[in-house]
Design a protein around this ligand. Structure first.
Ligand code: F6R
Length: 369
């Protein structure tokens, strides 16, 4: 049943190209349009939206953090992302023109369910992104966009995360098209890039051997830090979460720019720091800024593990290990940069002798608040 893999988690990591293809299936037209007929919110409903809240927990929350960058860029609608367990206890400002997007693989997470009930009580419209047909969260939502990831058995979420991110992109692009805003002309190009993603991921998965070797090497580390900027920041958080939950190691993700405001003191001789680097072709100074962050941590003794695009030579002088990933535009990069971090956490946990699919103290669906 594990299809020749040692763990369900490895099987599910390997299924990611197909999971993304299935999540895109039937939702993109040849003319670069997004068709989300199943969402059952009228175009007028979508034009009326003036604020978006994304609520979710754990890895699904990280998918929401990635989504914020894309949705705000494409739609110009303000978008907040909040942990579901915090959202309803702080009196958020919600009304009829607020769209609340609840992201949940299982569709049964109690914190997320309570957040969506609170949003509905305040008359907000609720759209669920969910992987489980007929589960409670989509049943109680006004609309649903299913991720077609297939069943996820391993407790640690992998293919669900990637498909949630894809579903969020589809919603952002659809909103941009319906509202006809300035960035709508980018939509066609992004659609083409999304369609290439399954092949890109297949190629990426074929070159994970160096990650496995590195994992054996890192298995005895006391702490592992992860840094990123922009969409690389939620990827860093996700890499750290996977390592905590599977390997029971201390791991933390930081926005790279925050290092100098405190966390850089953690860096000691040999501390592994995983650095998530955006495309050098991207807008602005993002790439240069993170290269200087890598330099800074290395100067303080860190052992740098750099996730960078193929052909990115600027990182080489400061990288103890380079894990290269296929070239991808900045906003879509989490779909590729997350994958080596999933493999890394899985292999470190296995090297430490842990049950990768059933980490201690955790359940696949968390139905208590
Ligand atoms: C981490 C993980 C959890 C879930 C979280 C939300 O690998 O799996 O953090 O992402 O419990 O679960 P769902 O998406 O089912 O609401």
């Amino acid at each position: 049943e594990k299809g020749g893999f040692d763990y369900f988690m490895l099987k599910e990591i390997a299924e990611q190209p197909q999971a993304i293809a299935d999540t895109l299936l039937g939702r993109l037209t040849e003319h670069g349009e997004i068709r989300l007929d199943e969402v059952r919110l009228t175009d007028q409903d979508l034009r009326d939206v003036d604020k978006i809240f994304i609520v979710a927990c754990g890895t699904s929350y990280h998918a929401g953090l990635v989504a914020k960058y894309a949705i705000e860029h494409w739609t110009r609608i303000p978008c907040e992302v909040e942990l579901a367990s915090e959202f309803r206890y702080r009196d958020p400002v919600l009304d009829r023109s607020t769209l609340v997007v609840a992201i949940s693989q299982s569709g049964e997470t109690m914190d997320t369910l309570m957040a969506l009930r609170h949003a509905k009580d305040q008359k907000a419209r609720v759209l669920a992104i969910c992987n489980t047909n007929g589960s409670t969260i989509p049943r109680e939502s006004d609309a649903v966009l299913y991720t077609h990831g297939g069943p996820e058995i391993a407790v640690a979420s992998t293919k669900a995360f990637l498909t949630q991110v894809v579903a969020c992109y589809l919603i952002g692009l659809h909103l941009a098209q319906v509202r006809g805003i300035k960035y709508a002309d980018e939509v066609g190009a992004v659609v083409a890039q999304l369609q290439e993603m399954p092949d890109k991921l297949r190629a990426l998965l074929d070159r994970m051997d160096p990650v496995r070797a590195l994992a054996r090497d890192l298995a005895s580390a006391g702490t592992v830090l992860f840094i990123g900027r922009h969409v690389g920041y939620p990827v860093a958080l996700e890499g750290a979460l996977k390592l905590k939950e599977l390997a029971y190691m201390h791991a933390e993700g930081f926005a790279a720019g925050e290092l100098k405001h405190g966390p850089i003191s953690l860096i000691d001789h040999g501390t592994p720091v995983v650095c998530v680097v955006p495309s050098p072709a991207g807008r602005g100074m993002l790439h240069d800024k993170i290269v200087s962050n890598i330099q800074e941590v290395r100067a303080r003794g860190a052992r740098t593990i750099v996730i960078a695009e193929d052909g990115d030579e600027a990182v080489l002088p400061y990288a103890d290990h380079v894990i290269s990933v296929p070239r991808t535009p900045t906003l879509l990069a989490p779909l590729v940069t997350t994958v080596p971090l999933q493999v890394l956490a899985c292999e470190i946990a296995a090297a430490r002798g842990h049950d990768v699919d059933q980490p201690r103290n955790l359940a696949k669906s968390v139905t208590v608040e």
